[in-house]
Design a protein around this ligand. Structure first.
Ligand code: M6R
Length: 616
């Protein structure tokens, strides 16, 4: 989950300082981890580096007074896996003689064994990281030839990795390689620069020729250009792609945090999705990049959805919608479990991968398994040039704009929205007549307005959040579509407030969780499923009888809830279960936000988390 960035000048033009370029690159990659950051280059024939614990801005403060000038540099922002967040464990890591510096994203699974062997040979280690093992092993294999050392080193490693390395004996070169962890090389022919990055986010605003490294490829970058090799050191031809990453608006504007801005983005984002993907003529939806014929869709015998975190919750909601409307057996699977399972996949199985970033390692591995077994993969993603989008034959882009806050908000509701439209599309081919399609679409079109109406209640939500911020434990209870909505609400709260929160199907309470009820645990009931609301009312009575405080999120007009709940937050009335998903999700996002604000946590970059989880 770390971010790698590297830069090299070539050609005759006036050179840019690689330090400045790498620091800017790191700022764009910081969402991948912010435990520590570091940069290294070569000066007067020696490896020269600066590292610091914490965010890229801390590294920036350490770098500026040094006024370093490098012609090439490698840089890193870390999400700690092996070893605490401290300077010794920050990247770059070095060999014992400080002849080389290396940055790494991924996990080396056999590092302990390699380390043991090297220690026995007299090598001294100075960090707790798996990364140092690569650096020391490289130095061990190095006999004046970078490529040979790279081939020998990387072939000994188990696990996923992408690396960039510099060596003091080769002050003009950078070695890069990757296995199951993305790395992209970009060339700017106008400015004579080469860039390396964990993803294309760091190339924003540039037009480049790019090369996405494939599994186990090794590239040597130098002022002469790029040489590409396979894992055995055999030279390969290079085919570049043209890439232009548009500049995106990423400021918080009038809002205190990205999370709040992104919550407020939702009405417009949802409106654009519905507007651009509705097919009014056929009372259906349009997906330009879905390469499935109606015949293939008619033959689909099951749909498996793979995802993690909030995207998985969107998957649970979608599974329900698709089964109900299109009558196709559909299951959402936890990608980290699915990747090690033995799933039944037929030639008519459709696998849908949902990922905001398109870089989540578990989701990508689940997709590889599905593709290997012959499934057709549909990627639902927010990042156009991501690994997921590049691997899937069919893609649906969210176009929700960059989501900067670690806590997903607009990407989640956009995923649900796109999946709702996909449900319509499948249903129109399999089960729905024109009038059912028209009615479904009409209800979709009301969603942006309902989202806007929820935002108008932010004041009441903030007051309730202030009151409930004194609790340390929360249950979110709901039934039917409100159950995955509860899972998502609980994830939001724990992620940014660090408070204990669980989402539960209300009917399950009496089978165990009710034992936890006392005056210190607040229950938040999401009363957004009209079919089961009476049942939910009874479940709340059982909690009240045991002294548990209750806050109900309920539709306008449900005054009877005041008999059981200590507080009621009234919300717009949704006409359908699907509409309620948005209403209750946005309300619980705001609730989590304001509780976190009361507690003073780091809302956009919560502790221990990173936006993109690129390791297992
Ligand atoms: O980029 P992805 O959608 O694949 O990310 C999956 C999860 O890591 C992500 O949804 C995570 O749970 C969010 N931080 C939740 O707010």
């Amino acid at each position: 989950m770390c971010g790698i960035f590297a830069h090299l000048n070539f050609g005759e033009l006036k050179e840019r300082n690689s330090v400045d370029v790498c620091m800017e690159g790191l700022r764009q990659l910081e969402y991948r981890g912010y435990d520590s950051a570091g940069i290294a280059g070569i000066k007067d024939g020696q490896i020269c580096s600066i590292k610091s614990v914490g965010k890229v801005s801390t590294l920036d403060e350490a770098v500026k007074p040094q006024q370093l000038q490098f012609r090439l540099a490698i840089a890193h922002t870390r999400w700690a896996t092996h070893g605490r967040a401290c300077e010794a464990n920050a990247h770059p890591q070095f060999d014992q003689d400080h002849r080389l510096a290396l940055v790494h994203n991924g996990i080396i699974e056999n590092y302990a064994k390699i380390k043991q062997t090297l220690v026995k040979k007299g090598v001294t280690f100075s960090s707790e990281t798996d990364t140092e093992t690569i650096a020391q092993l490289f130095a061990h294999h190095y006999k004046e030839n970078l490529l040979k050392a790279a081939v020998n080193t990387f072939s000994e490693l188990d696990g996923a990795f992408s690396v960039a390395l510099i060596h003091k004996d080769h002050p003009d070169q950078i070695v890069v390689s990757s296995r199951d962890a993305p790395l992209v090389i970009g060339i700017n022919d106008q400015t004579n620069e080469i860039f390396v990055s964990s993803d294309t986010n760091a190339f924003t605003g540039q037009s480049l020729r790019v090369l996405f490294l494939k599994k186990d490829e090794i590239a040597l970058l130098s002022p002469d250009g790029i040489e590409l090799y396979n894992k055995k050191g055999k030279a390969l031809d290079i085919t570049f792609e043209e890439l232009c990453v548009e500049e995106c608006q990423t400021a918080t504007g009038e809002f205190d945090h990205y999370m709040l801005k992104e919550i407020y983005d939702q009405p417009l984002v949802l409106k654009e999705i519905i507007h651009s993907q509705s097919d009014e003529t056929n009372h259906s939806a349009l997906f330009e990049q879905l390469v499935l014929t109606p015949k293939q869709i008619k033959n689909v015998d099951q749909i498996l959805i793979v995802a993690c975190g909030s995207s998985l919750h969107a998957g649970y909601l979608a599974a329900n919608m698709i089964e109900t409307a299109a009558r196709i057996p559909t299951r959402a699977e936890i990608a980290s479990e699915f990747r090690y399972s033995d799933p039944i996949i037929t030639k008519n199985t459709l696998v849908i991968a949902i990922s905001q970033s398109g870089e989540t390692a578990d989701t990508l591995a689940a997709c590889e398994l599905a593709i290997d077994r012959g499934a057709h993969l549909v990627a639902i993603c927010n990042v156009k040039h991501s690994t997921l989008v590049r691997m899937a034959p069919s893609t649906i882009l969210l176009n929700a704009g960059p989501e900067i806050s670690v806590c997903s908000t607009k990407a989640f509701t956009s995923q649900v929205c796109v999946l709702q439209l996909l449900t319509l599309y499948l249903a129109r081919i399999r089960t729905f007549g024109a009038s059912e399609g028209r009615e479904f679409l009409r209800k979709c079109e009301a969603i942006p307005h309902l989202a806007q109406e929820v935002l108008k209640r932010a004041g009441s939500i903030a007051s309730l959040a202030e009151k409930y911020a004194r609790f340390t434990k929360f249950f979110y209870l709901g039934r039917q579509q409100m159950y995955p909505t509860c899972l998502e609400a609980a994830l939001k709260l724990k992620e940014i407030t660090y408070l204990q929160a669980s989402g539960l199907p209300a009917g399950e309470m009496k089978h165990g969780a009710i034992a936890l009820i006392d005056e210190s645990l607040a229950t938040i009931a999401l009363c957004g499923n009209h079919v089961t609301n009476d049942k939910l009312f009874s479940n709340l009575m059982e909690i009240k009888a045991r002294g548990g405080p209750i806050l109900a999120f309920a539709p306008d007009g449900s005054e009877s809830l005041q008999q059981v709940a200590d507080d009621v937050l009234y919300l717009p009335i949704g006409e359908s279960d699907e509409q309620n998903i948005y209403i209750y999700s946005i309300a619980t996002q705001l609730f989590a936000y304001y509780v976190a604000k009361n507690l003073g946590t780091n809302i956009d970059q919560p502790r221990n988390l990173a936006k993109s989880v690129t390791v297992e």
